[in-house]
Design a protein around this ligand. Structure first.
Ligand SMILES: [Fe+2]
Ligand SMILES: [Fe+2]
Length: 173
């Protein structure tokens, strides 16, 4: 009996705390990409608007993945509060630079949880997080490739050049 009632989850409490925070971070990313999509739409960058719309849903998917992992393993996941979403950007390059900054921050956060899971012998969480480690590699690579296109654009960033970049933004669908 004592063994059964010992705890409701095999997950480590400290790791769970970080996973709850990660739910929030993914939700924040989703809302941020939605704001970026709107900004791009308003400024005539239609492929970028579609790109950020897709990525907003992807981030929601990431959020739900962690959310379900917690709930399925006896932890009550919290619905995240999403605040402080940046709505204004200096230009298209700024949007993608902020995206890379965001993705790097997420990679660091994921790595920190993996590190803690390892330290606390929470193998279930460590194993679960491997998908996110892979995903972050992909996400960072994708945004870096887009930013590389801006290197061919001069300081003035003519609208023509920016439109050419926008046309080359890769979409999933
Ligand atoms: Fe994500
Ligand atoms: Fe992401």
């Amino acid at each position: 009996m004592s063994k059964l009632s010992r705890k409701a989850t095999v997950l480590n409490a400290k790791v769970v705390e970080l996973l709850q925070k990660q739910v929030e971070m993914e939700a924040h990313a989703s809302a941020t990409y939605l704001a970026m999509s709107s900004w791009c739409d308003a400024h005539g960058f239609t492929k970028s608007a579609a790109f950020f719309l897709e990525h907003s849903s992807e981030e929601r998917g990431h959020m739900l993945k962690i959310f379900h992992f917690l709930n399925e393993n006896g932890v009550r996941a919290f619905s995240p509060e999403v605040k402080n979403i940046q709505q204004e950007y200096k230009g298209l390059r700024d949007v993608y630079e902020k995206t890379l900054e965001h993705e790097i921050a997420v990679t660091d956060a994921i790595n920190a949880i993996v590190k803690l899971a390892r330290k606390e012998d929470d193998f279930a969480s460590e194993n679960f997080l491997q998908w996110f480690v892979e995903e972050q590699l992909e996400e960072e690579r994708l945004v870096r490739d887009i930013l590389a296109m801006f290197e061919f654009v001069n300081e003035k960033e003519s609208i023509f050049a920016l439109k050419l970049i926008d046309e080359r933004i890769p979409l999933e669908n």
